[in-house]
Design a protein around this ligand. Structure first.
Ligand code: FEO
Length: 169
């Protein structure tokens, strides 16, 4: 495998684990705010991110490439309102999309078609994650200022269940 592609794939394990840690922090914020549905939504998001990390790890293992695990950064944003958390989530997903695109670009440059095929699932997944983050912001804009509506939105998010990723390596 190309050195740069390997490096970026290895780094992505850390980035996905950081994403899991970040969403756990978001879940923690909403738990403290008494919005258990929102907390559930981000807890499941954290589980999905952990899965993403394992997929990058497994891909490198399958390719017989060494894996180096790095320290996971501290989620250090302090939020003063619910909407700020949702917006930080969207910004984070846009950032992750740019990381996936960077790896894809590096693989494309060296005609690493297997890595490109592996990343195809993540390209689609990032589209869905950005849509979900956007939808959440729209709903909060519409309903967040009315306590009864916020209660119902919280109930809706409480219903989100964990689904393992459709990509199996
Ligand atoms: Fe693993 Fe939300 O990107």
């Amino acid at each position: 495998m190309d050195k740069k592609v390997h490096e970026l794939l290895n780094q992505q394990i850390n980035k996905e684990l950081y994403s899991a840690y970040l969403y756990l922090d978001f879940s923690n914020y909403f738990e403290a705010a008494g919005l258990d549905g929102f907390a559930n939504w981000y807890m499941i998001q954290a589980q999905e991110e952990r899965d993403h990390a394992i997929l990058f790890y497994t891909y490198l293992q399958n390719e017989n490439m060494p894996v180096t695990l790095d320290a996971i950064a501290k989620p250090d944003q302090v939020f003063t309102c619910n909407m700020d958390v949702l917006k930080a989530g969207l910004e984070h997903e846009k950032y992750v999309t740019s990381l996936i695109n960077d790896i894809y670009g590096a693989a494309y440059d060296v005609r690493d078609f297997r890595t490109m095929q592996f990343l195809d699932w993540f390209v689609k997944e990032q589209g869905e994650e950005e849509t979900n983050a956007n939808d959440l912001i729209s709903k909060m804009e519409l309903f967040g200022s009315d306590p009864k509506s916020l209660y119902m939105l919280n109930q809706e998010l409480a219903g989100r269940v964990y689904n393992p990723p459709s990509l199996v390596l």
